[in-house]
Design a binder for this molecule. Structure first.
Ligand code: IPT
Length: 266
């Protein structure tokens, strides 16, 4: 069997860990995976045509896409099955996605339980549907507790952007009590900015990440984060592609996320 994976930037930890999980499960099942990396959603169509020309029997798409873009790709690929990993849970395509809103809610609830009220958000880019869902989960969890959001900044998922935006969030007269960061790489930059400013984590500010990538337990301090089980998601998507059409679970599947409590929150 030959499968295809169209992925967003593999320099980012989450997509690279998904690709790694896909490759190794496919290897166990005697299948090979052709990987095509795109920088922009608009490049997905060309990547898809290129992989179809190489006779892939199924396709995974791990690129943040709007519903219409995903629908168009699925139609172009037919009858080759396509599973989308980064779309809205209600996109009218076959999908396997983590519950991003629930993840942000878990992070906020953890911080509220620790007694924090000023909980800032360092969001991912607005172009990513899961980033927008994390933002609305944060907002809703605060609203439910009767709390006004204190501050929000937008990064691009990179550690560098986390560092830069954290310096902005920490520049005001009053520090937030906590920052929910939309991914672990940006949280790494936040920890560095806090260290430079002499702001103790978690003594003066608590930091929660999102992803639980393989390195997050090795940050200083080890990062409390929302776990997305990338290995399991990769394995499940390969199994889905390899199963006969009659046995495939149809439609949209949402995967649960969980809080991993380490030492960046108190
Ligand atoms: C999402 C990650 O949470 C984030 O850190 C970033 O790497 C992003 O991917 C890149 O698009 S995970 C995705 C399956 C929603």
């Amino acid at each position: 069997h030959t499968l295809g994976l169209i992925t967003t930037d593999l320099a980012l930890h989450a997509p690279s860990q998904i690709a790694s999980a896909v490759k190794s499960r496919a290897g166990e099942r005697g299948a090979s995976v052709l990987i095509s990396m795109v920088e922009q959603p608009q490049q997905c169509l060309a990547a898809l045509q290129d992989l179809l020309a190489q006779r892939v029997e199924g396709l995974l798409v791990n690129v943040p896409l709007e519903n219409a873009q995903a629908e168009q790709l699925q139609a172009q690929a037919a009858p080759v099955p396509v599973l989308f990993l980064d779309v809205s849970p209600d996109a009218p395509v076959q999908s396997l996605v983590f519950d991003a809103e629930q993840g942000a809610r878990l992070g906020v609830e953890h911080l509220l339980a620790l007694g924090h009220r000023q909980i800032a958000l360092l969001s991912g880019p607005d172009s990513s549907v899961s980033s927008r869902a994390r933002l609305s989960g944060w907002r809703e969890a605060l609203a439910q507790a009767g709390i006004e959001p204190c501050a929000v900044a937008w990064g691009d998922w990179s550690a560098a952007s986390g560092y830069e935006k954290a310096h902005q969030l920490l520049a005001g007269p009053a520090l937030p009590q906590a920052i929910l960061v939309a991914n672990d790489q940006m949280a790494l930059g936040v920890l560095r900015a806090c260290a430079e400013k002499g702001v103790a984590v978690p003594g003066q500010i608590s930091v929660v990440g999102f992803d639980d990538t393989a390195d997050s337990a090795w940050f200083t301090p080890p990062l409390t984060t929302i776990r997305q089980a990338f290995r399991e998601a990769g394995q499940r998507s390969v199994e889905w592609l390899l199963s006969p059409p009659t046995e495939k679970e149809a439609g949209q599947t949402q995967l649960p996320v969980s809080l991993v409590e380490r030492h960046s929150t108190a």
